[in-house]
Design a protein around this ligand. Structure first.
Ligand code: NAD
Length: 443
């Protein structure tokens, strides 16, 4: 029996992971204090407005605020004092190829200051993705120094890597494939396990380092799968084979499975590129040359440019051509453009002196921050394709799977489509009078 009851949980860092963790925990009945250094985000949350685009979050946030279960604040120290358990969900970007722990360090120090004011036990959970050894070598020593308390006695620390997917983050939080709890002392792990028990999922208990490594190995494997099928797609195209049929064929092998076998413009987002890069850097730091991981990034670096090659096969020179880009976010159902293939594609098009018009159901504001007045922002698909010489599909939003081809046909200057995500049926597209090129599509 646990002698430690959790009523109030603090969540530090209100990005995709923090917002989802906070709102879902509040929906489970916990009192949640969300804390961040970003005043604007805090004001938004307290007004019931989600600072991120994520299905279900606005609904959960509204319910939590109405039930007085959620509070957002910039007073991180007080959030720690007023809670019994704290999740660290701050960002861990890569800077010059290495993980940047500035936010983790600063959050740990503030947590320590909060713990110094408390007389009772507290659990700190590192949910941010950090290189194995970080919690033991950075987080715990900083908290111990600023709190003058001892881990394992006065407070406990766990690693609890997050596996949610942006776009279905709430579903993933509530329906995890497994929950990893890394702890070096039993009590902290037991406290965290009790919170996740209602999900009825497999809970794997490990030491802290192993939990941290599971997250990197997981993302590195998925990134490898994506680069693998993209390389196969590039070979398929030249050999006159349709990669989608190949993916279907190999995906039926239970040892492979069909997930993450969609050929396309490459992976992006806030996790895969930075996590694989950070693992490569950590690996080199301990004298291991990660040959496979380097290749995974190399394939991915070139993959967005495959769409440009296909457009050139159709148009020749791109100088002065009107190119419409459909899809800007790194994947559907999110507005996140961090490391999105669309950025490299649009930058290359502009470098080739093409005129670019774009449309995305959610990421237009983020695109404006990146490209400013260099490109045209269309309010919908039909406006975006007006007078276009070629249409590039870059993100597989549902809206693009059933393009109104007869209407589009009348609006474009040249009827060329490059399907960077292989979401259209080439036969139908051709029947409508378009020329079609796709990643890994047999000619
Ligand atoms: P994010 O960049 O969207 O948000 C990070 C937040 O932390 C920001 O709101 C920022 O203001 C805040 N912050 C920075 N320094 C702070 C400090 N000292 N104190 C309090 N708040 C501070 O990050 P994210 O995408 O939610 O990712 C968070 C972590 O979770 C990262 O380590 C990431 O790798 C990992 N992760 C992300 C995802 C994802 O899909 N986004 C999935 C799994 C794991």
């Amino acid at each position: 029996m646990l002698d430690y009851e959790i009523k109030t949980i603090s969540v530090i860092g209100l990005g995709y992971v923090g917002i989802v963790t906070g709102t879902c925990l509040a929906d489970m009945g916990y009192n949640v204090i969300c804390a961040d250094i970003d005043k604007e985000k805090i004001e938004l949350v307290n007004k019931g407005k989600s600072p991120i685009f994520e299905p279900e979050v606005p609904k959960l946030m509204k319910r939590a605020l109405e039930g007085n279960k959620l509070l957002a604040t910039t007073d991180i120290q007080k959030a720690v004092v007023d809670s019994q358990l704290t999740f660290i969900t701050v960002g861990t970007p890569t800077v010059k190829g290495k993980i940047d722990l500035t936010a983790v360090r600063s959050a740990s120090e503030t947590i320590g200051k909060g713990l110094a004011e408390k007389n009772s036990y507290h659990v700190v959970v590192v949910k941010s993705t950090v290189i194995p050894g970080t919690t033991e070598r950075v987080v715990i020593p900083i908290i111990e120094k600023s709190s003058k308390k001892q881990e394992g006695v006065d407070f406990g620390v766990c690693s609890n890597p997050e596996f949610l997917r942006e776009g279905s983050a709430v579903y993933d939080f509530r329906n995890p494939d497994r929950i990893i709890i890394g702890s070096n002392n039993e009590k902290a792990g037991d406290v965290l396990e009790a919170i996740f028990k209602p999900f009825n999922s497999t809970i794997l208990r490990t030491d802290i380092r192993t939990a941290e490594m599971i997250k990197y190995a997981n993302n590195a494997f998925l990134a490898t799968k994506v680069s693998f099928i993209n390389e196969i797609a590039n070979i398929c195209k030249e050999l006159g084979v349709d990669v989608n049929k190949v993916a279907e064929g190999i995906g039926l092998d239970f040892r492979i499975n069909p997930h993450f076998l969609r050929a396309g413009a490459g992976f992006g987002g806030s996790c895969f590129p930075k996590d694989v890069q950070a693992l490569i850097s950590a690996s080199k730091g301990v004298g291991v040359n990660p040959i496979l991981l380097n290749s995974v990034l190399e394939v991915n670096k070139n993959q967005p440019l495959k769409l440009i090659e296909l457009a050139k096969e159709l148009l020749g020179n791109l100088n002065d051509k009107n190119i419409t880009v459909l899809g800007l976010s790194f994947k559907p159902n999110t507005d996140d453009m961090r490391e999105a293939p669309s950025i490299k594609i649009i930058s290359t098009l502009l470098g080739e002196k093409a005129k670019v018009a774009v449309y995305d159901p959610a990421a237009m504001d983020n695109a404006k921050k990146i490209f400013g007045k260099k490109i045209k922002y269309a309010p919908n698909i039909l406006e975006a394709v007006k007078n276009a010489d070629c249409l590039l599909i870059v993100t597989e939003w549902d809206e693009f799977k059933n393009l109104p081809l007869p209407e589009i046909k009348g609006l474009m200057r040249n009827r060329f489509i490059v399907d960077g995500r292989r979401i259209l049926n080439p036969d139908i597209v051709k029947r409508e009078g378009f020329k079609y090129k796709g990643i890994g599509w047999k000619e």
